[in-house]
Ligand binder design. Structure first.
Ligand code: FAD
Length: 466
């Protein structure tokens, strides 16, 4: 049996008996829809399919156990946004764009509605998010520019609003912050509980879920495992970062890693000092991604930075090295010096999928009956809910408002990644420029010319990501 603590804090918090693997597939089955992968994408698709068409025969095949992938490991932000949203929506007229934005902002509420309706408990709290200019003044400039962009696209104070330092301090007290943007459109969850609860619920609804059943390849309209095969009208590979290891589906998203640390539960006195009383998510706004939340059992969780392996190889072990923990702990202590001496109880990470357009996509291959969603770029907890709804609607034939979002593409139109070594070189050049910018800007004594140069270089590199 997999050791839950090696997967994530979140899995470690679940009772061992609830992680006992389900039966593996043996023999041949006929279904209407075959879903490969029991993460959020696969399970939300199964959920919305059975809700709209209870008689549909839906089979889910999972290589390990439900939630083994990013869905059981993430930072627990349910976002009402998409990674690369600006690029994705750029070509739309203002009215359509606003309808798409409304669809996206509603995601955390839709997740909340399902959890309430189905009585699924995963510590859901809709406390919003604080994007913080936490460490140097240039973060404030970038954040204000981002806010102006949100406003240009029709968002008012109710969606995104500036908090000066005293207003921020009422919610979160960071050492040396310059201000923040608050948005109510993010909820936090216990990620592993959500995915395991979803798996349990879809089974109750009649979905057949097999674990320890890795699909080796797709042959025509059949998913083939070592000991069985399932055929269906539709196949839904919901494997995100793992796509490269699945025969029969071209890899349209590459694997990237993200790493997280968690403190031991903190005493109330420390929380009185820090804040986050309403369960707000927070981030240190910059080119280098960081994300945090206060868990229901009062730990501080901080995810930051990641990696890319040559050829898009998956990272198998997420036992973090002392250097990996240390790098994140230093960031944590810069943000919260009062945590000095606090023990880091867990460190882990996971593989996530990045699409070439740097925004998520749903590849629709009607000829082969294949629907493949992913490439969420580390922002897939909420996006996978919308993807699941969209794929269920595509299969059901009634898209309604879901047809508006321009993330549906075809195998021919889907952008491919550059071959190696270009990808590796490009990724590392971009990351180094971001890292250098961060180090220069964080050093108060860095001269103005160096600060400007570092910013220009990082902005230029970020431009390459379009
Ligand atoms: C460390 C980390 C932090 C993150 N934090 C956030 C966050 O705070 N907010 C946010 O929005 N997003 C976050 N993300 C991203 C988010 O977790 C993912 O986008 C989302 O979970 C993807 O769900 P999925 O179901 O598509 O893929 P996964 O959860 O990766 O599921 C894929 C499943 O497919 C299975 N599988 C693989 N190959 C096969 C095969 N051949 N046959 C059968 N099954 C197979 C895997 O075992 C796995 O269970 C984070 C990701 C990571 C790694």
């Amino acid at each position: 049996m997999l050791q839950a603590s090696k997967i994530s804090l979140w899995m470690d918090q679940l009772p061992a008996e609830s992680l006992r693997p389900r039966a593996a597939l043996r023999g041949s089955l006929q279904a209407d829809v075959v879903i490969i992968g029991a993460g959020y994408t696969g399970l939300w698709t199964a959920y919305y399919l059975k809700r709209s068409q209870p008689a549909l025969r839906v089979v889910v095949l999972e290589a390990q156990i439900a939630g083994y992938g990013a869905s059981g490991r993430n930072g627990g932000w349910v976002m009402g946004e998409l990674a690369g949203e600006d690029t994705l929506l750029a070509g739309l007229d203002a009215a359509t764009r606003q309808r798409c934005q409304a669809l996206l902002r509603d995601i955390p509420d839709e997740v909340g509605r399902v959890l309430a309706r189905e009585r699924l408990d995963c510590d859901y709290r809709k406390g919003g998010v604080l994007y913080c200019a936490a460490r140097y003044p240039e973060q404030e400039q970038r954040l204000r520019a981002q806010l102006a962009d949100w406003q240009r696209h029709g968002h008012g104070d109710a969606d995104f609003r500036w908090l000066d330092v005293p207003a921020l301090q009422q919610q979160l007290r960071l050492a040396g912050a310059y201000g923040a943007v608050y948005s109510p459109h993010v909820a936090t969850i216990q990620p592993a509980r959500l995915v395991r609860e979803l798996a349990r619920r879809v089974e109750e609804m009649g979905v057949l879920l097999f674990e320890h059943s890795p699909v080796l390849r797709i042959e025509g309209r059949e998913a083939v495992t070592a000991h069985g095969r399932v055929s269906g009208e539709w196949l839904v590979p919901a494997v995100e970062a793992y796509a490269a290891s699945l025969g029969g589906v071209r890899s349209r998203q590459i694997a990237v890693q993200s790493l997280i640390i968690a403190t031991e539960p903190l005493p109330q006195a420390l929380w009185d000092d820090i804040g986050l009383a309403a369960g707000q998510a927070f981030s240190d706004f910059g080119h280098l991604v960081s994300y945090g939340q206060r868990s229901a059992d009062n730990r501080l969780i901080l995810g930051a930075r990641g990696g890319y392996r040559f050829g898009g190889r998956l990272r198998q072990s997420f036992t973090l090295s002392a250097a990996e923990v240390g790098q994140r702990q230093r960031l944590l202590l810069t943000l919260f010096p009062q945590l000095v001496g606090v023990r880091i109880s867990h460190g882990w990470g996971g593989n996530l999928g990045m699409a070439r357009g740097f925004h998520p996509q749903i590849v629709v291959d009607r000829e082969r009956g294949i629907l493949q969603a992913g490439g969420y770029g580390g922002e897939g907890v909420g996006a996978s809910n919308l993807a699941g709804r969209t794929m269920a609607a595509l299969i059901g034939g009634e898209m309604g408002e879901l047809a508006l979002l321009p993330w549906l593409t075809t195998p021919a139109a889907c952008r491919q990644w550059e071959p190696e070594p270009l990808r590796w070189l490009g990724y590392h050049a971009i990351l180094r420029s971001f890292d250098w910018e961060d180090r220069v800007l964080q050093r108060q004594q860095s001269p103005v010319w160096q600060r400007r140069l570092a910013q220009r270089l990082a902005a230029g590199m970020a431009g390459l990501m379009q």
